[in-house]
Design a protein around this ligand. Sequence first.
Ligand SMILES: Nc1ncnc2c1ncn2[C@@H]1O[C@H](COP(=O)(O)OP(=O)(O)OP(=O)(O)O)[C@@H](O)[C@H]1O
Ligand SMILES: [Mg+2]
Length: 310
Amino acid sequence: MLDLVGLTKVYGDLTAVSDLNLHLDPGDVFGFIGPNGAGKTTTIKMLATLLRPTAGDALVNGVSIVTQPEQVRGLIGYMPDTFGVYDDVKVWEYLDFFAAAYRLPRERRGPVIEEVLELTDLTSKREAFVEELSRGMKQRLCLAKTLLHDPPLLLLDEPASGLDPRARLELRDLLRGLQRSGKTIFISSHILSELADVCTKVGIIEAGRLVAAGTTEEIIAAAGLTRTLAITATAGLELIEPLLAGRHGVQDVVVDFAAHTARIGFAGTLDDVPDLLLTLLQGGVKVTGAVEGASDLEGLFLRLTRGQVA
Ligand SMILES: Nc1ncnc2c1ncn2[C@@H]1O[C@H](COP(=O)(O)OP(=O)(O)OP(=O)(O)O)[C@@H](O)[C@H]1O
Ligand SMILES: [Mg+2]
């Protein structure tokens, strides 16, 4: 669906994006994570054919952003990091304008606009003026705009910035829905944890270079990141520590007897979870619940971007 081949952008003597190579399959949700100035927006603008690469290329469904930008535009929906100013334009007019720009036939525009309004939960705002929308609504409107021509690839530059926690969750659900409908999504953020459970792949960019890329699992494993297993048990909590003492990969065990819970920190993969649980169950711990979570994604981000892992 998307291939980056040595994609590079140089501004004067600054290499903003350096030799990016990446492959995304249809249905992938790629989280593009990096600190301010890392080169995220520059990369996305190149993919959106708004900025010409200094070297390298990217192929969207095999179509080159360098030699066939016109064709690429039909395949992508681009959501910029800043929302332009539109005075005296109503929500539906805004969408109608872009639908026309994407050359949707007049009779198709009405139904398509209703559809994207519904999808982004803006139906009740169709007659509102764009400048009267809250920030979160503007972001959603911007997302609605990218969906008008039903592109297979979405390029979203920090769609979650400035959203409240609830709006972030809603955005996450929306992204999941779009993924289910078969879209490939390229999404940038500063915040890894925000994306970790929607993304199928993650890339971490620092000073224009991709310092780590792969499935979320791979990144976590490569960084030797701690996972946590939170356990609830009706009895046998006191057995957990002795059972796991000296076990490879287990880093710490914190038991809260009053709450009947324990947290086990371990370095490893998801496949280690059943083994850990089996040890506990066979050892006599009456486990009633277990939840695994990749912890400390923020910490991972900091370490990766300091180059400690790369
Ligand atoms: N038009 C430009 N001319 C010169 N340098 C630029 C230009 N646009 C961006 N840069 C530089 O390129 C680098 C990457 O910028 P970019 O906007 O891609 O970063 P970003 O990862 O999107 O950051 P942020 O998280 O702050 O949005 C920065 O050092 C920036 O100063
Ligand atoms: Mg940016």
